[in-house]
Design a protein around this ligand. Structure first.
Ligand code: C2E
Ligand code: CA
Ligand code: CA
Length: 387
């Protein structure tokens, strides 16, 4: 074959990319040119495909570790990018078990069909994956049922003025009221909800109910100054095409005043496509919603992003608050965030305040808002309304 520089291969006309029967350690992505694939039948080679830019070849042997089922020859000068088994394995390991299982069964079926045309016996799934896949499918099914049965509800954690301890608003935090397992916290279901693409539906169920609750809270406690509510938004929901419309619908259906509601988004949801994210946030602002950057400092967004996104609040992650009374470094970080926020006209909420020493230190640094077990744990609506 022609030149080979790292993972990019140049094949001249007539060069063999791989032979039928070779061990296959990699596949190829065709960047340019054309590659013919032929299969031996008796003494003749029968062309079965011609592949061009954007096509992939050699993937079967790489996936199932068996031999090449055809010979690939460059017809014109071609540039190929290698996909090694190692590259694939890493991606597969991170991927969903259902996807993994279906892919390997598919390859086996394809091989079986090309080796024994007409043989319709089902290929067996590779050992080892059954349990995981069964489990994942069951849990996903359970999650769908839970959504249909409206088993997700918000708990409310107060957000207070650090100086006085007065409750100014609440963060809505999802809980799953499981019919058998009882009350489940997000760690028990967020990962599976994300993997199955159901997290946006969970978000919306929780948000809807939280907005309805806000109106009730305000009605039973008319002496409370108008409270605000913050809602967690997953990266997946944020990326949904109907995200903004769904919020508009929610405001209309629940009657909540969007100016009393802040959306908590994480840096990771914003940096995937910063321009689209900024446009989306502007649309939310136009409806009236506030925007808070959640878990600030734990993502990979640079500070430059802050002025780009129309956010009005920064939530300092619990990780920086934990050692703030003892660790000078964390004090410097929090101090810097506070000054940055002030310069940009944003407010700051410190999360995870558990001790009086943390409260005092934060207040002394000029942080005015906070949230944490010191002031209140997340509780169901009837507990915070006192009814
Ligand atoms: P988060 O948004 O950072 O929420 C704060 C978490 O810290 C909550 O955990 C809260 O209960 C906990 N927390 C509050 N104060 C303290 C404290 O003083 N000490 C300690 N150790 N923890 C404290 P929770 O409720 O288990 O929620 C965990 C995460 O799950 C949330 O982190 C959020 O990322 C996610 N989540 C919760 N509700 C929703 C939801 O409706 N939608 C989405 N997409 N994610 C949600
Ligand atoms: Ca949050
Ligand atoms: Ca947070």
């Amino acid at each position: 074959m022609g030149g080979q520089a790292g993972f990019r291969i140049v094949a001249e006309p007539g060069d063999i990319v791989f032979h039928e029967g070779d061990a296959g350690h990699c596949a190829y992505f065709v960047e340019s040119g054309s590659i013919e694939v032929a299969v031996r039948q008796g003494d003749t080679a029968v062309p079965v495909a011609v592949l061009g830019p954007g096509d992939v070849l050699g993937e079967m042997a790489m996936i199932d570790g068996q031999r090449r089922s055809g010979t690939a020859t460059a017809q014109t000068r071609s540039v190929l990018l290698m996909i090694t088994r190692d590259q694939l394995s890493r991606r597969m390991a991170q991927s969903d078990p259902v996807l993994r299982l279906c892919l390997s069964v598919l390859v086996q079926r394809l091989r079986q069909a090309s080796a024994h045309p007409g043989d319709r016996r089902a290929a067996a799934a590779p050992a080892g994956e059954h349990g995981r896949v069964h489990d994942a499918l069951l849990r996903e099914q359970e999650l769908r049922q839970a959504l249909a049965g409206a088993e997700f509800e918000p708990f409310f954690q107060p957000i207070v003025a650090l100086a006085t301890g007065a409750t100014l608003g609440f963060e809505a935090l999802a809980r799953w009221r499981h019919p058998e397992r009882g009350l489940l916290s997000p760690t028990a279901f967020i990962a599976i909800a994300e993997a199955s693409g159901l997290i946006a539906a969970v978000d919306r169920q929780v948000q809807h109910r939280a907005c309805q609750a806000l109106a009730r809270l305000q009605a039973v406690r008319p002496q409370w100054p108008p409270l605000f509510l913050t809602l967690n938004v997953s990266a997946q929901d944020f990326a949904e095409p109907d995200f903004v419309q769904a919020l508009r619908d929610m405001a209309r259906e629940t009657g909540v005043d969007p100016r009393r509601v802040k959306l908590e988004v994480t840096e990771s949801a914003l940096i995937a496509d910063p321009d689209a994210a900024a446009a989306r946030l502007r649309a939310c602002r136009e409806i009236g919603f506030g925007i808070a950057i959640d878990d600030f400092g734990t993502g990979h967004a640079s500070l430059g992003y802050l002025q780009r996104f129309p956010a009005d609040t920064i939530k300092i992650d619990r990780g920086f608050v934990r050692d703030i009374a003892g660790e000078a470094k964390n004090r410097v970080i929090v101090d810097t965030i506070l000054r940055l926020a002030e310069g940009l006209g944003m407010s700051v909420v410190a999360e995870g305040i558990e001790t009086e020493a943390q409260r005092r230190t934060l207040a002394a640094l000029g942080c005015t808002l906070g949230q944490g077990y010191l002031f209140g744990r997340p509780e169901p609506e009837d507990r915070i309304s006192g009814s």
